[in-house]
Design a protein around this ligand. Structure first.
Ligand code: 18C
Length: 258
């Protein structure tokens, strides 16, 4: 109606990022949109077949058993609610290279191959070897994005980090001792605020963060399925518990970063 009558239409500009001139930009933007939509579906609405495989307090982890060319590529979806932290804080610590060695226990070495912009980096990581398989490495872009909630004024904003495998001419896959893995990971966060009734300033007791973590990892080469599934079962809960405890600990004496 407003278009027909010729009055100005309030247009929300698409999210812009300083990385938008980079060669990877259209892929980054597409994958981020897809991953956010997929994460927001939760496990209830995105079809059947999700099996709960780990539960601890508010944390629930689900997987689907899937194989591609005989390799286990089980998609994972995890949901967690953590009191006292915001989505912006969770994404800040997950994205920023300077904290990665503090919380990423499977990491052997991390190199920032390119800082595309303050919200987008290219990483090369080598991870610890699991006997009897070969050691793994991975190259991925990582993008941090804030999605303000303009549509539904009551709904929380979203902060997200998406990691997605890519290539780099100086680091071809499977050229050294490592087998290259391929991954897509999405950390999506929504902050809930319970405003204090007396009008007092919002404290960490008044906030909680709903985290949805989705991941698909292709091991890239031979790995025994039973060992791989045992590694998933042990490592994913360990990661999400350790990482969120790390964020809680890092932020507890700092002012809240909304
Ligand atoms: O999302 C996470 N981290 C991000 C920042 O690092 C990023 C990177 C993810 C890399 C995940 C793949 C790691 C492979 C590691 C091999 C396993 C080492 C175990 C060592 C035990 C001593 O997105 C958090 C990631 C949480 C990682 C959970 C483990 C996932 C296991 C995937 C297995 C992949 C193939 C392993 C091949 C060998 C199996 C026999």
């Amino acid at each position: 109606d407003r278009i027909k009558s010729g009055t100005a239409v309030p247009v929300t500009p698409p999210p812009t990022s300083p990385a938008s001139h980079h060669r990877l930009w259209s892929e980054i933007d597409n994958v981020v949109k897809q991953q956010v939509a997929w994460a927001r579906l939760g496990v209830g609405e995105s079809g059947t077949g999700w099996q709960l495989f780990a539960e601890d307090g508010e944390m629930r982890m689900y997987r689907r058993e899937e194989e591609v060319d005989g390799m286990v590529v089980d998609p994972l979806k995890a949901v967690h609610i953590v009191k006292g932290i915001t989505g912006h804080e969770v994404c800040h610590y997950f994205f920023s290279p300077q904290y990665r060695y503090d919380w990423e226990t499977t990491l052997e070495q991390m190199t920032v191959l390119e800082t595309i912009s303050e919200d987008t980096c290219l990483f090369l990581q080598t991870h610890k070897r699991i006997w009897p398989a070969s050691q793994r490495d991975v190259i991925f872009w990582s993008h941090l994005r804030h999605l303000p909630n303009d549509q539904d004024r009551d709904g929380p904003d979203i902060w997200t980090v998406v990691n997605h495998s890519t290539e780099h001419k100086d680091y071809p896959a499977n050229a050294g001792k490592c087998v290259r893995i391929y991954l897509t990971v999405c950390m999506l966060c929504q902050t809930r605020v319970n405003p204090p009734k007396d009008g007092a300033p919002i404290s960490r007791d008044d906030i909680s963060c709903k985290i949805t973590y989705c991941s698909v990892v292709n091991p890239g080469g031979w790995a025994p399925a039973s060992v791989l599934r045992a590694v998933y079962k042990r490592e994913y809960p360990k990661f999400l518990k350790r990482f969120t405890a790390y964020v809680t600990n890092q932020t507890k004496d700092k002012s809240i970063m909304f």
